[in-house]
Structure formats: C-alpha cells, structure tokens
Design a protein around this ligand. Structure first.
Ligand code: HEM
Length: 401
C-alpha cells in the first residue's frame, strides 16, 4: 500500500509506527508510487552514507526541490560534482572562524532586537528569532538587505522550510518564496560579477559568485542563487530550534542558570537537536543492487534513513524521552550516533555542513534567552507530531520585561 497519505497525516510518527508494527532490519513501503525501504541504526548510517550504496540524483521529489532545496544545488549532486560543490559550502559555512563570526553577528542582532521586544506586550519568539537570524546571516554572508527588507526576507526563508512537506497554501507560499528569492539572488550574483555590488571578497556571497565548478566555469547565476539560499535558509531555520529551546527552558527551568557556562550551553544545544523533532529522515536511491542485513534491495529503490527514530532509540540513548543535556557532557558521542543533521562525513558526503554553526547559534541563543527577563503567558505549547516541520503551536509567545 502506498504510504504517502499516511506520512502526510502521521508526520514524525509515521516511520516509528511502521517499525513498531514490524520485526526485521528494514521496513518496506511505498512512497509516491515508488518502492521504498527504510533503514535505521548506527550501522545503517554508515551503510547509507557510503556513496557506493546510495546516490542522490533523482531521489528528491519535485515538491521538495521546488520549495526546500532548489534545482541544481548540492543536495542532488553525486560523486566528484558533489565533492567540488560541497568543498565550497564547507569553506563558506563550516570554518571555525566563519562560525565564530556568525555567532558574533547573531549576538549583535539579538542585542539590537531586545529593546523593541520590551516595547510590545508580547512577541512570538519563532518569528523574532527568524528576523534576528536573517539580519545576522545576511550581514555575515555579505548579502545587502535594507533594514525594512529584513522581516519580509525572514518570512520568505521560513516559508521555504515550513511548506516543503505539505499540500495547500503553505506549500504554494513556499514555492512562491523560493521563486522570488532565487530571482533576486541570481540578479545579485550577476551584479557581484559585474562589480556593481560591492561585497567583501571573502564573504560567502562573493565566494559563491566566483566559485568555479569542476570544469572551470562559473556556476550559472540561478545555481549560485540556490547555493546562497542553501546558506541563508537553513541558518534562519535555526528559528525552529529557538522555539524549541524556549520550550525546553519553560518546561525545565533548572537549566536556566547553568546556561551561563559555555560547555553546558553546547550540551543543551545538542540535547535540543536530539530531543526535538526537525528532519524526520533523509532520502536517496540504491545505486546498485544492495544487501543490507541479509535483505535484498533492488537498484533504484528509494532509501530512507530514519534520523528522528535514531535520535529517540532507547538502545542508543537509554532514556530518549528525557531531556537531559548532561548526556553530552560525559564521554564522546560518535558523529554517527547523533544525527539530527544527517550522518557520515560532512566534507565528503551529504551530512549538513552547518552543524557547527547550528550548535553555536543555539548555544548563543539559549544563553541569551536564559539571561532575558520574560514571562510565558497562557498559550498552546503542544508540538503536533503530524506536522512536518513541527514546533510549539504558539511559536512561543513571550512577554519580555
Ligand atoms: C536548523 C538547523 C539545521 C538542520 C536541522 C539541518 C539539517 C540538515 C539535514 C538533515 C541535511 C541533510 C543531510 C543529508 O542529506 O544526508 C542537511 C544538509 C545541508 N545543510 Fe543543514 N541543517 C541545519 C542548519 C544548516 C546551516 C546553518 C547551514 C549552512 C549555513 C546548512 C546547510 C546545509 C547544506 C548546504 C546541506 C546540503 C549538504 C549536501 O547535500 O552535501 N544547514 N542539513
């Protein structure tokens, strides 16, 4: 039976429910009319991220490409073409100096925003964090955005993520946002190349605009725009984690005072990434006929790696439904164990290049939230698992004092 509708209605519970109803190392299902196999576990992460086993080309459904990822971007590349493009994104997003500079821009943008929050009765933290993150990442990446343009840009970047896995108005809003923002950024890339947009040479925007692919040519301007969005959009998506961090501090306020300690702030960030649902799974296609734990998987099968399931696997975590940052304070957690942003090696595989940036931003944000004086009025704090991506329904309404 095709599970597309079940996925749409059950959301994060869809794969876990299939595992519960099933014994064996894989779940066989159908998605969008195609044969699909789900894998999970630390060994499955290694299997999935071995590029001899899985390719990405043709694995991503059109509604996801048209909203979340864009055409021609790094997510759909394989082999040498992927490594080449990924090296660019690692240089832009993953250098320690770059991550530190982004966290500094975040801190500045946060301080600029707080006085305005105090003037309002309440704010929705999800929306405001989106604005702060947009201001920070555009300054950091060298993308010129006038002050009054920051809020509409934040709304568009959030919409691209919000609408990728759904039908109806949220989806059409996401498509429109991507189309318009790609056109704007392609124009900006052309301006940078003409020398008519003065941007710092070492900025993310300039690096992407001047990047030469494996064959020595500049990226088509629309592909460069997709890659600029691949830096802006997921950075602003840290707004989901802002809402989750505020939710965690509200439910477990004892963490508040410990967040002044930077090590605890990072452990808190990792536990937010593990505990709260964001990316449910990643998808690829069997590059050839495969055998996994004795199960035959024909070439071309859609493969799903269950990230959410692994981050909540009792065999891995012991008490997965307890929010306990201290689990990250003692002993090393291997990179293929905590997988909210994918597994494997970010430099050579498809793992997220923005993991360090995400951790630094959540840690900075959580520490600032803990130092902010606010109350949490009555509101709907439920986090519906049927909704991908999900968040506290209210977006975390705060009355900042
Ligand atoms: C909100 C926090 C974030 C989450 C939950 C997240 C999650 C993910 C996931 C699940 C993947 C897919 C891994 C795979 O396909 O195997 C991914 C890939 C990617 N992420 Fe992130 N990410 C986040 C933040 C960031 C940031 C801050 C950046 C850049 C500044 C970034 C840039 C990318 C790019 C370019 C890819 C594609 C990598 C490739 O295909 O090789 N992400 N992310």
């Amino acid at each position: 039976m095709d599970s597309t509708l079940a996925l749409a209605s059950e959301g994060y519970a869809w794969l876990p429910d299939r595992w519960r109803a099933h014994t064996g190392p894989i779940v066989r299902t159908r998605l969008m009319g195609q044969r699909a196999v789900a894998l999970r576990g630390v060994e499955a992460v290694r299997f999935f991220y071995d590029e001899r086993h899985v390719r990405r080309r043709g694995a991503l459904p059109e509604p996801v490409v048209a909203t979340l990822f864009g055409h021609g971007g790094v997510q759909g590349l394989d082999g040498e073409a992927h490594r080449e493009r990924k090296a660019l994104l690692m240089r832009v997003a993953a250098s320690p100096e770059g991550v530190e500079a982004l966290a500094e821009q975040f801190a500045l943008a946060w301080e600029e925003a707080v006085p305005g929050w105090r003037e309002q009765d309440t704010i929705v933290l999800f929306d405001e964090a989106g604005v702060v993150l947009t201001r920070a990442v555009t300054r950091w990446a060298g993308v010129p955005v006038a002050g009054q343009e920051v809020r509409p840009l934040a709304a568009d970047l959030l919409a691209m993520v919000d609408g990728f896995a759904t039908a109806g108005p949220r989806h059409w809003r996401a498509r429109r946002a991507r189309k318009e923002r790609e056109a704007w950024l392609a124009g900006l890339v052309a301006d940078v190349r003409r020398g008519s947009a003065p941007v710092p040479e070492d900025s993310g925007l300039a690096r992407i605009a001047w990047h030469r692919d494996a064959d020595g040519s500049l990226l088509p301007a629309d592909t460069a725009a997709v890659e600029v969005l691949n830096v802006l959009r997921p950075t602003v998506a840290v707004a989901w984690y802002a809402a989750f961090a505020a939710h965690a501090l509200h439910r477990w306020p004892a963490h508040r005072e410990r967040l002044a300690d930077a090590d605890h702030a990072y452990a808190f960030a990792d536990e937010v990434r593990r505990f709260y649902p964001f990316a449910p799974f990643v998808a690829g296609r069997a590059a050839t006929d495969l055998t996994w734990e004795g199960e035959h998987i024909p070439a071309g099968t859609l493969l799903l790696l269950d990230l959410y399931g692994q981050n909540h696997d009792a065999e891995v975590w012991g008490d997965p439904y307890t929010f306990r940052p201290d689990r990250f304070r003692h002993g090393d957690i291997a990179p293929d164990v905590l997988v909210p942003q994918g597994g494997g090696d970010a430099a050579t595989g498809h793992r997220c290049p923005g993991e360090d940036a995400t951790r630094a931003l959540i840690a900075a944000l959580a520490a600032r939230l803990a130092g902010l004086s606010y109350t949490v009025p009555q509101q709907d704090l439920a986090i519906p698992l049927g909704h991908i991506p999900t968040r506290p329904r209210s977006g975390m309404v705060l009355a900042v004092e």
